[in-house]
Design a protein around this ligand. Structure first.
Ligand code: GLN
Length: 535
């Protein structure tokens, strides 16, 4: 077995250039050559994990199957490659410091002054190598959040500098930069890239491969110029031009030979270029799917990244149903019984989104009611499911003040209650019910038919639950609890079988939908929306 190779992906010039997509694409291409790969992310901010961050600050919080709240880029890693990331796939500065400080208190460093170098950098290095040591990977791709030059990135870059030195031929650095187009001059500018590489070099890191993000085609002379000024081989400069979908990026990288160049630099045999058959078929189908279907996203965060995995799951399911998915954000804070018909006009189904806290929940309840009364395909996820449950209690069971104790701790009808295991929780970070749990699907139910299996496993992120004291009343009135955790009896799924498609899940199916394995619930939801559309 040959030694694990480490690929570090850094970014310069600007944030949001798509390091996550480049890392995922590279992972995909190496995997297609038969290599066992994993991808991890190191984020320089101080929160221990993004679980306590507002989605406006950092986009969606992605949850791994083993129950870690992580950066949304891990969602890309899973969607592109089908790998399962873990608690060891995402570290932050806070997590690194916490571990060093715990060790200091335990006395692991007795007698020593604890410093950024070497203690923090050693801890970063240890964490960067951890997954490669725990199981065998041919390649470990490590993405570094933020941009080169940020104060908080420095210990991470110093760790990479040292690792590149220690690992020698088993490590290399891919640097992603931006080449702006100055319309007035009619020119593409390489100076920001040169500066960004200089910045890296001043920290002792020579990038081995450059990926230039651009809105315009980069010609060979520009690539040669960049290679020349930045000390990289001319064969090691790639362009990442804007694509109609991020799922095109692996193909564009393969055409230019990014994976082959990496193998060449590692001194590994290059071999045949993999055909990427299933991936290409997915893209072909996606391009052919021109007929549009519009799905309303009822939520409170007017920001694409806040519902990233839901958007991707819908769009993947659209492709497999030969539809192009348009989403319409419907701000639940502004929904009223009077404007809902107008807000949803022209949409073919709605997702009632996850969330926390009071803000915007009455709008979600109005949406749940409108969906139920008008038999619109409606998919409630986590808080969305809880709002379906509250709506049903208020308007069908006649429990007027039914609520979640999250919103009203004194409610008489606590149809959504705090989970027993949450009652003594005082710390907010990392203490929800997190990650994958089993769920048994009731025979004869819609969801059982959709999944075509009895036991499933789905990921969670919540503190509140369906209150089982009310189960009988719900079932008698037509809302069925068709998915239940076999150990704790927590209700995981509710559905109204009399309606076309009205399903709420306490879990988050969106975390496990991938390009080549779209999630059955999203596939079926889109089918129902198509039927509704053509009616
Ligand atoms: N706020 C709800 C809870 O904690 C729902 C969480 C969510 O939507 N992820 O139970």
């Amino acid at each position: 077995m040959s030694a694990t190779k480490y690929i570090f992906v850094t970014g310069g010039v600007a944030s949001s250039l798509g390091k996550g997509v480049i890392s995922s694409s590279l992972g995909k291409l190496l995997q297609a050559r038969g290599f066992n790969i994993t991808i991890q992310k190191f984020d320089p901010y101080i929160n221990i994990d993004p679980g306590t961050l507002n989605p406006y600050e950092h986009g969606e919080c992605y949850v791994t199957d083993d129950g870690k709240e992580t950066d949304l880029d891990l969602g890309h890693y899973e969607r592109f490659t089908g790998i399962r990331t873990t608690a060891y796939s995402n570290y932050t500065t806070g997590r690194i410091y916490q571990s060093v400080i715990d060790k200091e208190r335990r006395g692991d460093y007795l007698g020593k002054t604890i410093q950024v170098i070497p203690h923090i950098t050693d801890e970063i290095k240890r964490s960067m190598l951890f997954q490669g040591k725990r199981s065998h990977f041919d390649f470990v791709i490590t993405e570094i959040g933020g941009t080169v030059g940020d104060i908080e990135s420095q210990p991470f870059l110093e760790a990479i500098r040292q690792l590149k030195w220690e690992l020698g031929n088993d490590a290399l650095c891919v640097h992603l930069t931006y080449v702006p187009y100055l319309a007035a001059a009619g020119e593409l500018k390489t100076k920001p890239t040169q500066h960004s590489v200089k910045e890296l070099q001043s920290l002792g890191i020579q990038p081995d491969v450059l990926v230039l993000r651009t809105e315009h085609e980069l010609n060979n002379s520009l690539r040669r110029k960049v290679a020349n000024f930045c000390n990289v081989a001319p064969t090691a400069v790639f362009q990442s031009k804007d694509q109609p979908t991020i799922y095109e990026v692996p193909l564009r990288m393969q055409e230019q030979g990014l994976d082959a160049e990496i193998l060449r630099q590692f001194g590994m045999p290059i071999g045949e270029t993999p055909g990427l058959g299933p991936w290409r078929s997915f893209l072909e189908r996606r391009h052919k799917a021109t007929e549009e279907l519009c799905i309303a996203l009822v939520g409170k965060y007017d920001l694409q990244d806040a519902y990233k995995s839901i958007l991707e799951s819908l769009s993947q399911a659209g492709t497999y149903n030969d539809r192009k998915i348009k989403t319409r954000f419907v701000n639940s804070e502004k929904l009223t019984p009077d404007n809902i018909a107008k807000e949803l006009k022209g949409t073919d189904g709605m997702v009632i989104c996850p969330g926390f806290g009071q803000r915007g929940i009455e709008g979600k309840i109005i949406a749940a009611r409108y969906g139920r009364e008008n038999d619109i395909p409606t998919f409630g996820i986590c808080l969305g499911m809880q709002m379906m449950v509250i709506e049903f209690a208020r308007n069908v069971l006649g429990l007027e003040d039914a609520n979640s104790v999250e919103m009203n701790p004194a409610t008489k009808h606590n149809v959504i209650d705090l989970m027993e295991c949450q009652k003594n929780v005082t710390n907010m970070g990392g203490t929800m019910r997190l990650g994958g749990y089993p769920c048994i699907l009731r025979e004869g139910s819609r969801v059982r038919a959709i999944y075509a299996q009895e036991e499933i496993r789905e990921r969670h992120r919540h503190r509140y639950e369906f209150n089982n004291e009310y189960i009988n009343r719900y079932e008698a009135a037509g809302m069925q609890c068709t998915g239940v955790n076999p150990d704790t009896k927590l209700v995981e799924i509710v559905e109204i079988p009399d309606l076309n498609w009205y399903i709420g899940t306490q879990f988050h199916p969106e975390y496990s939908s991938t390009v080549l394995k779209p999630h059955p619930l999203f596939l079926d939801f889109i089918k129902a929306a198509i039927k509704y559309h053509t009616k």
